[in-house]
Design a protein around this ligand. Structure first.
Ligand code: NDP
Ligand code: 2IT
Length: 449
């Protein structure tokens, strides 16, 4: 196993986020490899860590002032053993091969956990939609799709949203794909309900994460009623996490963006959430504006000189990191635990650093890693694909019930795999082992391809 990690690091020494994601999975699946020498013989680790295909391309576009801009576009087609490549597109200045390979690698096992037939992929661009006009975003999306279209398709690779890619961007991307291919197909998910989308897809990641948290709490005869919750981010995942928490009778007290966070001691109720949704999704404003509207709340700007994020240092029962990778470090984990946190459920991908995760596991709190807890988004994307294939739309209740069942079955799979491999209650080991087994067994069946 150390050889496999060395193989991965030597090949791409600079891809530290990718190494972090691989290291975590390898540590979890060690007992699986020990019990099943055939995986070593077929060099399954070296194969599963190597993308099937990496596409990188130039994305030229013209801004509103007539200047030519040049961004980079990517699509990592990581693994297609159990279905077409599936995973989001991220538009953020931090996007590079390491970030997208970590996300694609996580996606492979997450998608396997959903029980639906989806392989794993991820893509995006270093384009920053912040501060851009709708027309600039449209021109960028059209240029991006004018290359991506030749690599994707409803049975090949089905992208969706992620950071910086929501309904607006999916609309522009879909329009260009349709024009170039002269085909109306389910090639992207997260589409508007009026033209092929699924009900509950916008809500799915946040709702799913809260359903997963409820399942975890139920193992300790507990539930979300009255629980004080810390939520980070204020985008798609954070918003619908708060919405479902409120429905479950919990009390969310924080939200953030990359500039700072708000703390509302009285709780972010549904009126306040409606304000946030309008602020973030329509006005594309900043979370700091919350305190202008609700002066009882406190806004704290990011202070890069601190060794911790003060958002994670409020007394609370549950935490839902829902912004970005490595946003909870060891010091934050210590603060959370010292303040009596009972549960952490990750809406974001890899939001906790490896030493934060060790701390959670040592302290025996309930910890739901992203690839299990946030799988509801891609699960409903899978349901959108099914509906598109049938040319049907399921009612809201049906999609929501299927989402609930899927989150329940992911929870059961995690618990089962963790127990089988001697680590009861460890959802990291459980998620990694259950996802890994499904993917690598399919790879073994399909030969050396
Ligand atoms: P959005 O773009 O809707 O929102 C992202 C939020 O996170 C914003 O509040 C943003 O603040 C904040 N954020 C982004 N980057 C950083 C950063 N570097 N530092 C601090 N804050 C940051 O994205 P989503 O809500 O869709 O995604 C959030 C997380 O959830 C990501 O990790 C994503 O991979 C994951 N995820 C998303 C799924 C989905 O269906 N959308 C499914 C599963 C996981 P700002 O506006 O300042 O950038
Ligand atoms: O990280 C993720 O699972 C997503 N961004 C959703 C991917 C999808 O295809 O819906």
């Amino acid at each position: 196993m150390q050889d496999a990690m060395k193989f991965v690091k030597d090949r791409d020494p600079d891809q530290k986020e990718f190494h972090q994601a691989v290291q975590e999975v390898l540590e979890s699946v060690r007992p699986v490899l020990d019990r099943n020498p055939e995986y070593g013989q077929s060099r399954i680790i070296e194969r599963v860590t190597e993308p099937e295909r990496v596409i990188q391309f130039r994305v030229p576009w013209m801004d509103d002032s007539g200047q030519v801009q040049v961004n980079r576009g990517f699509r990592i087609e990581m693994n297609s053993a159990i279905g077409p490549y599936k995973g989001g597109l991220r538009f953020h200045p931090s996007v590079n091969l390491s970030i997208l390979k970590f996300l694609a690698f996580e996606q492979v096992f997450k998608n396997a956990l959903t029980t639906l037939p989806m392989g794993g992929g991820k893509g995006g661009s270093d384009f920053d939609p912040k501060g851009k006009s709708d027309n600039e975003v449209m021109r960028f999306c059209q240029s991006f799709m004018s290359e991506l279209f030749r690599h994707i398709g409803p049975n090949t690779d089905v992208p969706a949203g992620d950071i910086g890619v929501g309904g607006r961007e999916i609309g522009f991307l879909f329009g260009m794909y349709k024009k170039l291919r002269n085909e109306f197909t389910g090639v992207l998910t997260g589409k508007s309900i009026a033209w092929g989308g699924s009900l509950i897809r916008p809500e799915a990641t946040g709702y799913g994460c809260v359903y997963f948290a409820s399942e975890m709490l139920a193992t300790r005869n507990d539930d979300l009623t009255g629980k004080v919750c810390l939520v980070s981010g204020s985008g798609n995942v954070a918003q619908y996490t708060v919405e479902k928490l409120l429905e479950m009778g919990a009390k969310p007290i924080t939200l953030s963006d990359s500039s700072g966070y708000i703390y509302d001691e009285e709780g972010i109720d549904s009126d306040k959430l409606a304000f946030i949704m309008k602020l973030k999704n329509i006005k594309r404003g900043r979370i700091s504006e919350y305190v202008d509207q609700y002066p009882g709340a406190v806004y704290t700007p990011v202070d890069k000189s601190l060794d911790h994020n003060p958002l994670w240092n409020h007394k609370a029962d549950c935490a839902f990191p829902s912004a970005t990778e490595n946003e909870v470090n060891h010091k934050d984990a210590t603060n959370l635990i010292n303040n009596g946190i009972k549960l952490i459920a990750e809406g974001a991908n890899m939001p906790s650093t490896p030493d934060a995760i060790s701390h959670y596991l040592d302290s025996k709190i309930l910890y739901g890693p992203g690839k299990a807890a946030n799988a509801g988004g891609v699960a409903v994307s899978g349901l959108e694909m099914s509906q598109n294939s049938m040319r049907l739309n399921w009612p809201k209740e049906e999609v929501d019930n299927r989402l609930k069942e899927i989150m329940k079955s992911i929870h059961t799979a995690c618990i089962g795999a963790a127990e089988t491999y001697g680590q009861p209650g460890n959802y990291v080991a459980g998620a990694n082992i259950a996802g890994f087994l499904k993917v690598v067994n399919a790879m073994q069946d399909q030969g050396l391809v």
